[in-house]
Design a binder for this molecule. Structure first.
Ligand SMILES: [Zn+2]
Length: 280
């Protein structure tokens, strides 16, 4: 990627090296109800956070603003780029984009949605409108998932930002409403629609980053390779040796690539309607 001209976003909270200290966990916080993991999102826990919020205690102060180190700068610039893109898109439909905060952490982090370990992968918490990323995941992406490249990393951030867009447009809300009357299998299918839409939104960002001259040759290939690497079928084959489509929560490699590409090709979020399409 070419980010020299991109301003780094100040909406970054750097909790690296701070950890979860002070006060211990409230009773309700023991229940982990994180939503919208990049990997392994369990839809049965979505937004069931109200009773936990009251038991959360304040986390120690973390520095705010773009971090100075190289990876921190990269992350802040990608976030800055998504703010430009989504700011414009929202403006086009006469509304205003409210940017999320990106929290960098290592090991463990507390959010309004509960306490998370880095092994769960990056996630978005609609309750506090923050994206949580342990940068160790970028290493995992390179080594364990064999998806190297800066655009692969950018795709991860843009996907989580995609969930934030879903929060702003009310998609999370609709999902919560539907949740009460759904079976586990139905919830999984809804989750796949949410995730593929977030992939498509990541593609929309990628398209517009391209028009801002931020893409280099090879970037698209890196992104598509990453989308392939984290498909549910691929991950299931790796971890349990077999593929169980009913338990998919994010979509197959083929689906993730297709929806990401769809956003990349069109640059328009209206092409990301994974909810009314008949075939995902
Ligand atoms: Zn996701």
């Amino acid at each position: 990627m070419r980010l020299d001209d991109q301003q780094a976003s100040d909406n970054v909270e750097d909790r690296r090296g701070i950890g979860v200290v002070g006060g211990g966990l409230g009773v309700g916080a023991v229940v982990i109800a994180l939503v919208a993991y990049f990997l392994g999102f369990d839809p049965s826990t979505v937004l069931n956070v109200a009773e936990q919020v009251s038991t959360q205690r304040e986390t120690p102060e973390a520095p705010k603003g773009a971090p100075a180190d190289e990876t921190g700068q990269f992350v802040a610039k990608i976030l800055g780029s998504t703010e430009v893109v989504w700011g414009k898109i929202f403006q086009e439909s006469n509304s205003q984009y409210r940017p999320p905060t990106l929290v960098l952490y290592d090991g463990e982090v507390r959010s309004t949605c509960g306490t998370a370990q880095s092994a769960m992968g990056p996630f978005y918490c609609p309750g506090d409108e923050k994206l949580y990323i342990d940068l160790a995941f970028f290493r995992e992406l390179r080594t364990r998932f064999r998806a190297p490249g800066d655009f692969a990393q950018a795709y991860v951030i843009a996907h989580e930002v995609g969930h934030h867009v879903q929060k702003l447009t009310g998609t999370f809300q609709e999902m919560e409403t539907a949740r009460g009357r759904s079976s586990q299998a139905e919830m999984n299918r809804t989750s796949v629609r949410m995730e593929l839409q977030a992939d498509c939104y990541a593609g929309v960002w990628g398209h517009r980053a391209g028009t801002m001259n931020q893409l280099e040759s090879g970037d698209i290939a890196e992104g598509l390779n990453a989308a392939t690497a984290i498909g549910d079928d691929r991950l299931q084959k790796q971890t349990q040796g077999r593929v169980v489509p009913e338990s998919f929560t994010h979509g197959s490699s083929e689906q993730r690539v297709r929806w990401f590409k769809r956003g990349l090709d069109s640059g328009s979020p209206t092409d990301c309607d994974t909810f009314s399409t008949r075939s995902l």
